[in-house]
Write a protein that binds this ligand. Structure first.
Ligand code: 8YV
Length: 307
């Protein structure tokens, strides 16, 4: 009999076909009691995770396979207590997420999508051109978080001639990149601040009103990490008051709800949590999810466990 698996987030068709071949797939988290009692596995996204109440209602749950690297939406302590395995897809999405960070920054500072809208609207030659942009190359960039994604962003920024500094839980002693222990001090010395820190209680609102004020009215913020790392109310206020020049955001505090003020602001470039959303990366991520699940049910070592 095929194990029962709860799929909490859609995956590529070819990945879902592989899952359907090996598992009895359920897609609705509001399960009747007799089905909930049979669920042995969950496949979910990093941003979606597993709501604690759902996890508590699945007595037979053995493994949570995350289609991503963020574990902040899964109660890992509870998983450990219940001996539930948890896996992620490390390393695969690093370059795509770093590319998105630079893409958001380039669009934000050069007005690329604003210029696209201007031309598509037939305004060229008829109404004033969009405002001049800002030079990206050679600027001072600060990174909040210096894991694999942060380092990939630093490599790209260096290729753009930028001076890169970073803050993290400790000095990684990285040649060419300055370590700044305090996030406010990092913001004060940066023209661009990129948030690449893991989500969770330890980083909640790490980028707060004081950090945004230190980044200042000529500063730009990019967030490709988690919405929880930035105080979103403070960000809305800074953009509205002009005490921050702009923000490029792929993640938000309460996805998929995005504050109207951010959607209306001319100082923002917005994406719907798509930094890892390429065919190539999502196929590789999905295959690793399938491989982790298959290893578990075959009694083999898991390829990429975190619990
Ligand atoms: C999502 C992410 O997992 O890796 C993460 O933690 O947030 C994303 O890559 C992806 O959007 C699939 O849900």
């Amino acid at each position: 009999m095929k194990p029962d698996l709860l799929l909490l987030e859609p995956m590529l068709p070819e990945i879902e076909r592989r899952l359907e071949a090996a598992y009895t797939l359920h897609r609705d988290a509001t399960l009747p009691g007799d089905v909930a009692a049979r669920i042995r596995a969950i496949a979910t996204g990093g941003g979606t995770g597993v709501p604690p109440a759902l996890m508590a209602g699945l007595p037979a749950l053995e493994i949570i396979a995350i289609n991503g690297i963020g574990t902040d939406a899964v109660d890992l302590a509870e998983a450990r207590r219940r001996h539930i395995r948890v896996t992620t897809t490390p390393g695969i999405l690093t370059n795509d997420v770093a590319d998105m960070a630079l893409g958001l920054l380039l669009d934000l500072m050069r007005g690329i999508t604003a210029g696209d809208r201007y031309v598509r609207a037939g305004a060229w030659g008829h109404t004033p051109a969009p405002p001049l942009g800002h030079t990206v190359s050679g600027r001072k960039l600060g990174l909040v978080g210096m894991g694999h994604i942060g380092r990939a962003i630093a490599t790209r920024a260096t290729a753009f001639g930028m001076t890169v500094s970073y803050t993290a839980l400790h000095d990684h002693n990285l040649p060419g990149y300055g370590f700044v222990p305090d996030v406010v001090a990092l913001a004060r010395q940066s023209e661009i601040l990129v948030v690449a820190a893991s989500g969770g209680a330890g980083s909640r609102h790490l980028v707060n009103a004081a950090v945004l004020a230190a980044l200042g009215p000529n500063g730009f913020l990019v967030n490709i990490a988690r919405g929880s790392v930035v105080d979103e109310d403070a960000l809305v206020t800074a953009l509205a008051q002009g005490t921050l020049a702009g923000a490029g955001l792929d993640v938000f505090a309460h996805e998929p709800d995005v504050p109207q003020a951010l959607r209306d602001s001319p100082r923002t470039v917005l994406q719907s949590h798509r930094a890892s959303a390429t065919i190539e990366t999502r196929l590789a991520m999905g295959n690793l999810v399938v491989d982790n699940l298959a290893a578990h049910f075959a009694g083999r070592p898991l390829p990429t466990p975190v619990v």
